[in-house]
Write a protein of this length. Structure first.
Length: 242
């Protein structure tokens, strides 16, 4: 990576950071913090672990955490299946991890298809979830479209600065069927073969039949660690499980 591109990357990341901090002075912006570790065993098999912390304000009023892990299998270079499970806990929106309001165990199956249009990296992700909440059992179906574009390289590799945008819809098998929409946009930087940092803005909208539908804005920061990813013989596509 040339000094010119490195300078531009640092300026872009600093601009994003300061603009988000300016937004943090207004009510309603929370933080969405994510750590993902992925281990590749060979061309076919991989495993991952992911943890999250979310807050209602900028690093204050933490009211949610989750941790999950799973195993993935590459059917082809463009097609992957994953099976995973995790624990998800929600607290009161005021205070840090005060009074559990919901606890959930979740098991899910995922199908991911990736393809490239020159520099543009496109990912289609389909997920089926079985959810055991503190109140009931639920099913859910999710579809996420993600697009990654490296700015200074043809591929997302060491030294690459890239932009990302994604949108995901959440559906259930009971009325009103539509449950949630999640939109995210950000920038990322690949430090080396093991570490990628991505930061940006995320908007989550939750639909309620009662009419009190809600939306929440977040400053999202993702730390992505990979181990032996070169063994997959696949092009890198930084993508948290989320």
């Amino acid at each position: 990576m040339t000094k010119q591109y490195l300078h531009k990357a640092i300026v872009a990341l600093m601009a994003l950071f300061f603009s988000m901090n300016a937004l943090a002075q207004t009510d309603g912006l929370g933080t969405w913090n994510l750590l993902n570790v992925k281990k590749t065993f060979n061309e076919k098999w991989n495993a991952f672990f992911e943890g999250q912390l979310r807050s209602q304000k900028i690093y204050n009023d933490f009211n949610y955490h989750e941790y999950k892990g799973g195993i993935g299998y590459n059917i082809a270079k463009q097609f992957n299946i994953t099976v995973a499970a995790g624990q998800y806990v929600t607290y009161m929106p005021v205070g840090n991890f005060k009074n559990v309001t919901s606890s959930e165990f979740r098991f899910w199956q995922q199908f991911t298809l990736t393809n490239n249009l020159n520099r543009v990296k496109i990912e289609h992700r389909y997920r089926i979830e079985q959810r055991w909440t503190s109140a009931e059992y639920r099913n859910r179906f999710r579809y996420r479209l993600s697009v990654l574009v490296p700015f200074n390289k043809k591929k997302i590799e060491t030294g690459a600065v890239y932009g990302s945008v994604s949108n995901e819809i959440f559906l259930t098998n009971v009325k009103p069927y539509f449950e949630r929409n999640r939109f995210a946009i950000g920038v990322g930087y690949v430090f080396d073969d093991h570490f990628t940092l991505q930061s940006g803005y995320l908007r989550q909208y939750d639909y309620r039949m009662t009419g009190n539908s809600t939306g929440k804005d977040y400053l999202q920061t993702s730390l992505l660690f990979t181990l032996n990813e070169h063994k997959s013989n696949r092009e890198r596509h930084p993508s948290p499980a989320d």
